[in-house]
Design a protein. Structure first.
Length: 345
């Protein structure tokens, strides 16, 4: 049996870091897909079950007998417990890219029992890894979706998203669940932890994704850094909540002036919590000298170094000349109304 699963990327329109503290956020699925090909083959009685994994964007291939990958996954869980107790950095939990695949297999196996077969897993996509596009969540969701299909399990939204949130915590520390939910559902969502998400109506808009480079810090490291300086009870999160409400209202009313004004305010708050590198601040300041253009960091950002991941830019035309001067890439953003989907091939 062979399946192909396609999962979109995600951008957070408003609510980075705030969503981890229980505040609402607005996110969108965008058409930058991650693909997961999974083949399962029955084995003879004298053969041992095996897993082969190819991570195309990381230029890596791995092969593990079941006993080996299961022990590696148990070691990952042990490291996560050390992180939870404060004895280890989140960056030390998943030591290599394949660990995310192994921990996904482990948690699926723990809940549903992975069939003893020969498994071949190939994952590839846009290559913009670690930049705020939800790549980890896309890997998790697309692989879980594939495994559900191979085990002839009906897709239960609550079940798969709960499992994805647990797995993503091994990558980022404490997942809010917004990335897996957006990628699984597609479209534009108003999201708050422990509450049903609300789909928002999609409208046409001119937006650009600007790649400022891979941050020197991981998402988990930046989240923990912000938490140490701005705990959940800090009043700044109320300001984030208000901005998110303003952006939702502006979006629903198709009020482009209020939308751009609110995105500027959001960016100011992100600078205040210290996750926008100086070079990126300068770029945005230059960009906004044109009153028709605004931009903000999307994703965790960076608390050290000069790379900030991706920016969301609202502008009638792409700011190609400015991007060229800063060495940034710029591509059009297209909303993906469809979330993760899996088919037999």
């Amino acid at each position: 049996m062979k399946t192909l699963c396609k999962a979109p990327a995600k951008l957070i329109l408003s609510g980075e870091h705030a969503v981890v503290n229980g505040c609402p956020a607005i996110s969108m699925a965008i058409d930058l897909p991650m693909f997961c090909e999974v083949t399962s083959e029955a084995i003879d009685a004298h053969q041992y079950p095996f897993v082969e994994i190819e991570l195309v964007d990381c230029h890596q291939k791995h092969a593990f007998p079941f006993a080996i990958w299961q022990q590696m996954a148990i070691d990952i869980e042990s490291r996560y417990q050390l992180f939870e107790s404060g004895a280890m950095s989140i960056r030390s939990v998943l030591k290599q890219p394949v660990d995310l695949v192994l921990t996904t297999l482990h948690h699926f196996h723990h809940h549903f029992k992975l069939q003893s077969m020969h498994w071949d897993i190939k994952i590839y996509g846009h290559g913009l890894l670690g930049k705020g596009l939800g790549s980890s969540a896309a890997v998790i969701v697309s692989l879980l979706h594939s495994l559900f299909k191979h085990h002839h399990k009906a897709i239960n939204t609550i079940e798969i998203l709960s499992l994805a949130k647990t797995i993503e915590s091994r990558q980022h520390g404490h997942s809010s669940g917004i990335d897996p939910t957006t990628i699984f559902q597609g479209g534009l969502l108003y999201y708050q932890q422990n509450k049903p998400f609300q789909p928002l109506t999609a409208h046409n808009f001119n937006a650009w994704l600007i790649d400022t480079g891979t941050p020197e810090s991981t998402t988990g490291q930046v989240v923990n850094h912000v938490k140490s300086r701005f705990p959940a009870e800090h009043p700044i999160w109320n300001h984030f909540t208000q901005i998110t409400e303003d952006i939702r209202n502006a979006w629903q009313d198709q009020d482009s002036f209020c939308l751009k004004e609110s995105i500027q305010k959001n960016q100011t708050l992100l600078e205040e919590i210290g996750i926008v590198p100086d070079k990126v601040k300068r770029f945005i300041k230059e960009l906004e000298q044109n009153p028709d253009q605004v931009a903000k960091v999307c994703g965790a950002g960076n608390h050290k170094g000069q790379n900030g991941g991706v920016l969301l830019c609202l502008s009638p035309l792409p700011p190609l000349e400015l991007c060229y001067r800063y060495g940034y890439n710029c591509i059009a953003i297209n909303l993906s109304p469809k979330g993760s989907h899996c088919e037999l091939v």
